[in-house]
Design a protein around this ligand. Structure first.
Ligand code: ZN
Length: 411
């Protein structure tokens, strides 16, 4: 999807704002002598922005609007090193709310709905993002935040919540609790908006049938507003994203070259109107593709495919590049196991080994099951893992991002 004249003009206004502010990226642009871009080719030559830059700019180096215009900051939960701080102007907060409102509308959610918000509030963008969008839509918000499952289920029944917003692991946990307590007929949920992690089709089906709801995937990252920059419509043909606010490219993560529509690679995002912390060609490390053609819903907004994982999820095991997604796909072919799993990679006696833990019920022949899974994984990735089966419920459930892959080689 080549950048349009109109989008180029917006990029130029952002370059100008960066240079004028003397912010972290403003100084970089001045040093590199970059003043403007006139063609798509010029644009593709602009340097990438990286998460490591954002850390170097800590705490407020990204601030591009005058401080008196900054109304809020958010921070991404860095697992390693310094966090990243993103300043927002009132307009940024408003634009984000508009995008999020569009997400709800695309999912067929209206102001008649009651939206229970379970992602966390605070420095990160999740809870408050879901809330801003819902208020702009005019829906009734039930701002629960994470955890306290007992109270979540009580409020869900008493307030007759119609929409649940959650991470996929928390939605799964709620599904299991609803089933355990026989609440399915007592709740009024009709839709779920699920964000922030990769999930398998199996998990999706489990949540959808367990709660009796339609599910929507929402996309976003703190560096670029937060969740709400894209969502799938009811045709479920990928996620529409808002190209009047953002320009998306797909690049080859190794060479940095921009790839044609339809090809898989890394999502790179440029904010077109952001004031507090504009980002140009920000590398997300999320793997997807731009879906060519039009969606049956008739929306004019372009689409990206479901996120296939992260460029840095790629594991090199016994010299082979492996994505957790490939293992997930294999596991999805085994109806006798649950949607939870754990992958552990270790280095023993000079050799890499991969152990996969799966959950199943006691009436399955563990030995036979694990042998068949090991064979299926081998045919997909080229080497045989050690597969271990445990009883359903043994593997950790998480109310936050699930950590399903544990690489013990570097610990
Ligand atoms: Zn559509």
């Amino acid at each position: 999807m080549q950048i349009t004249e109109k989008q180029l003009a917006l990029v130029n206004s952002r370059i100008e704002a960066l240079r004028k502010s003397g912010s972290f990226y403003g100084r970089k642009y001045i040093e590199a002598g970059i003043t403007r871009v006139d063609t798509p080719e010029d644009f593709e030559k602009l340097p990438f922005s990286e998460k490591s830059d954002l850390r170097d700019a800590y705490p407020l180096g990204l601030m591009t609007a005058p401080e008196e215009e900054i109304v809020r900051i958010h921070s991404s939960s860095g697992t390693t090193g310094k966090p990243v701080i993103i300043p927002y102007t009132a307009k940024d907060v408003d634009d984000w709310g508009e995008m999020f409102k569009r997400c709800y509308e695309t999912a067929g959610i209206t102001k008649e709905d009651r939206i229970q918000i379970t992602p966390g509030y605070g420095l990160w963008t999740a809870g408050i993002g879901f809330q801003n969008g819902a208020e702009k839509l005019g829906a009734m918000v039930v701002p629960m935040g994470p955890g306290n499952t007992e109270k979540q289920l009580q409020m869900m029944q008493d307030l007759e919540t119609t929409v649940i917003t959650a991470t996929s692991s928390y939605a799964l946990l709620l599904t299991e609790e609803v089933e355990k307590r026989g609440l399915k007929d007592k709740i009024k949920l009709r839709k779920g908006v699920i964000g922030s992690e990769r999930w398998t089709k199996k998990m999706r089906d489990r949540i959808s049938s367990g709660l009796g709801i339609e599910l929507y995937d929402i996309y976003g990252l703190t560096e670029i507003y937060g969740p709400g920059i894209g969502i799938n419509c009811k045709y479920n043909t990928g996620m529409h994203y808002w190209d009047d606010y953002l320009y998306l490219e797909i690049i080859d993560p190794k060479t940095g070259e921009t790839l044609p529509d339809g090809e898989w690679g890394e999502i790179v995002i440029t904010t077109l109107v952001k004031e507090g912390a504009p980002l140009i060609r920000y590398r997300t490390h999320d793997m997807s593709r731009i879906i060519p053609g039009e969606c049956p819903c008739g929306s004019c907004y372009p689409r990206i495919d479901t996120i296939q994982g992260r460029t840095d999820d790629m594991m090199k095991i016994k010299g082979v590049n492996v994505f957790p997604n490939q293992i997930e796909e294999v596991l999805a072919g085994f109806p006798e196991i649950s949607s939870e799993y754990q992958i552990r990679i270790s280095h023993v006696d000079g050799r890499d080994s991969m152990r996969i833990y799966v959950e199943t019920t006691g009436d399955v022949d563990f030995a036979d099951l694990t042998r068949r899974i090991a064979e299926a994984v081998k045919s997909k990735i080229g080497f045989t893992p050690i597969v271990k089966a445990v009883e359903v419920g043994v593997l950790p459930r998480s109310e936050k991002k699930a950590h399903r892959v544990i690489d013990e080689r570097f610990e």
